[in-house]
Design a protein around this ligand. Sequence first.
Ligand code: GDP
Ligand code: MG
Length: 182
Amino acid sequence: MGRRDEDEEGGEEEYLFKIVMIGDSAVGKSNLLSRFARDEFDLNAKATIGVEFQTQVVDIDGKEVKAQIWDTAGQERFRAVTSAYYRGAVGALIVYDISRRSTFDSVRRWLHELDTHCDTTVARMLVGNKCDLDNIREVSKEEGKALAEEEGLFFMETSALDSTNVQISFEIVIREIFKNVS
Ligand code: GDP
Ligand code: MG
């Protein structure tokens, strides 16, 4: 998945990037995506059902880029995210919850999973979500930053609840993918 040199109209290039959301259950993956794609947030923790991915059109330096962002249907609870989920991915957001250390401890396992399933270059962003919950924080920003540096990832703390850094996190990944393919 990536660059296609011709479309039906001829001339204009078309870009379609598959990006996957990964990370432990309930860290806010679905809400980050709904915040980015529809500017919506849902307080109720309900399993994502149905929609496999959302397509969002983004303008990168005057080029129309379609980001096809995949969300799990809750199967991460059973450690059963299939290889089909990862197939063709060129970007990934690895999400943890800053108020739950166990979700941060899982990050390396998710990175390993990503490595085993993807053979091309994947633009990767480590996302510490729920930064609005600073009062019950269990993972410091410095720890997040340090892990990201060690693993060569971009890093952001976000809040799907109050929108902090959501747009920019996706945009950084999309820009990096664009850089990788052009
Ligand atoms: P997923 O299992 O990773 O897809 O997580 P969800 O998006 O379903 O979110 C799990 C729970 O965390 C839900 O109750 C959300 O309302 C809540 N949540 C998600 N993002 C945030 C956030 O940025 N801040 C706070 N305070 N709660 C959040
Ligand atoms: Mg979900």
